[in-house]
Design a protein around this ligand. Structure first.
Ligand code: FES
Length: 180
């Protein structure tokens, strides 16, 4: 773990304990998951009980204490995407990568996640790979994209031009567990 980088992220929020969720999100984005050492460092730097930081990290589904793949593939299974073929998109992704949702490929390259509405229903069915939203996906486009990523190609899918939308994981602050 790059402890210096974690400290820089915390300093970017002026060490403000009320920014703990944002810090956890940024650290996870950097490290792809939240290792125990990172949680302990965050607790120490924010002067918070380590148990509280652990509770935050385990309470919100968006956080992972397990290493994730190099590429994180999120498939929306919200109502609009479900109606427009989200389950088939997920099934195609699982078949192409040989893992079920919630898992990471043996080579550590890809993690697959089924997620709720991403707030871009007009683009259904939508997937997000490495924070890049790809709208109006088809099974063929999924296979093409995965193979391009596997081959290390950074090529857009012409017929499925990704639409850049700011998709932020919704975090319900009212659901933060009590301190202690
Ligand atoms: S249901 Fe998929 S973006 Fe809304």
């Amino acid at each position: 773990m790059n402890a210096q980088r974690v400290i820089e992220i915390i300093q970017g929020y002026d060490g403000d304990p009320t920014a703990s969720l944002a810090i956890l999100q940024d650290v996870q984005r950097e490290l792809k998951y939240l290792p125990r050492e990172a949680l302990e460092l965050i607790a120490q730097q924010l002067d918070m009980p380590v148990g509280y930081v652990y509770r935050l990290a385990t309470f919100f589904k968006v956080f992972s204490l397990q290493p994730k793949g190099e590429h994180i593939c999120k498939i929306c299974l919200g109502t609009a995407c479900h109606v427009k073929g989200g389950p088939l998109i997920l099934e195609t992704m699982e078949r192409e990568l040989g893992v079920k949702a919630g898992n990471t490929t043996a080579d550590g390259k890809f993690s697959v996640e089924g997620v709720r509405c991403l707030g871009a229903c007009a683009l259904a069915p939508i997937i997000v790979i490495d924070d890049e939203p790809l709208g109006q996906m088809t099974p063929d486009a999924v296979v093409t994209r995965v193979r391009q990523l596997r081959a290390g190609e950074v090529v857009k899918i012409p017929a499925q031009m990704p639409v850049k939308v700011a998709v932020r994981e919704a975090v319900d602050l009212s659901a933060v567990p009590p301190k202690g």
